[in-house]
Design a protein around this ligand. Sequence first.
Ligand code: ASP
Ligand code: MG
Length: 424
Amino acid sequence: MKVFKFGGASVKNAAAVENVARILKMFPKENLVVVVSAMGKMTNALEALVDAYMQGQLEMMQRFSEIESFHREIVANLGIPAGVSLERVDKLFAELKNRLEKPVSDNYDYDYDQIVGFGELISAAIISVYIGASGLENTWCDARDLVRTDNSYREARVKWEKTESLVRKKWDHIKQAGSRRVIMVTQGFIGHTDERNTTTLGREGSDFSAAILAYALNAESVTIWKDVPGMLNADPKYFSDAVVLRRISYREAIELAYYGATVIHPKTIKPLQNKNIPLFVKSFLNPGEEGTTIGSSTFSDSLIPSYIFKVNQVLISITPRDFSFVAEENLSELFSIFAKDNVKINLMQNSAINFSVCIDYNQKKLDHILAACHEKYEVLYNLPCELVTIRHYDQETISRLLIGKKVLVEQRSRSTVWMVLVEG
Ligand code: ASP
Ligand code: MG
């Protein structure tokens, strides 16, 4: 059995959904788990809907209608035969509308997950109906019956054992019921708590969902169908000479993803590595092309330097006012300040009385950090910065990337150089 994941861009309109069916038909004998994202930019639209809901804005219903029309238009353009039931799609819109009539709770993240998760639910419902009508018999599964999580809304953590048993049971059940090859269509990004509340796994989390299901079912492979030809050594938006990395190791992929290669979600790799399941990143526009294979072999990792930019960074420099050593007295306190706001540290460095961290810029979190540090520490920060990570660097690549930039912090290991840069 293979797991296929189709992201938002691969299902952004009717033509794209038709293309999904075409790709599935290229694998006529395979049992497939098909994991889908919300269509196009619908997760952003749903986030805006959540904001309108929270603020009790009049435009909430307007936003809801826009989201509904977007999907209805795709359905209309798919030309689904009149006799085919769209009951599930209709029901989901009714449920979403009902949800918006409920009073706002005191937990933003909880409300967010209950509403934003509809993007994936509606998308999977439409895709399941359409591919079914085009001859691909399939079973729609609610991912909330499969992926069990804790209640860290918007960044839920998977309960692996429970999830594994739910997924296996469901899969065995579907297999027993069907005699031909099995296609299960489900949603990425969402899960469920023990109390049956919807959770989400973090933005772009559908890749991770695919890996979770693959792990639970000991899948043969996972394929992520993208609008790029594979994992590239640089962002093709900024570097026209970017090339596809044909074969890389799990380790290389996780490092690239962690430092901002947006092609795959960084959490995707661990479950696959743990079970040695290969991950293919392929183009949905040219599905016959080889793409990238991610697996255990590290053989090709160092052949091509890769560089990844994280923009919109802030470099914070913290010094104890009483001149105590940072490493001895202050680090644990500083880490707990960061942990409180779920701040992810992208790079850190310390000297005797200085601790510098580079983090994603978020004004609210920055304000919290400044307030929490103010009494004991002097805090300076640089904004905006970029963090560039170069794997398997050479001097030529470094020089090329530094044109017009000033280096604020630099760290090197044998395989990687990290630099915090500002214009100048
Ligand atoms: N639809 C969600 C998002 O846009 C999850 C995903 O696409 O992976 O973040
Ligand atoms: Mg996406």
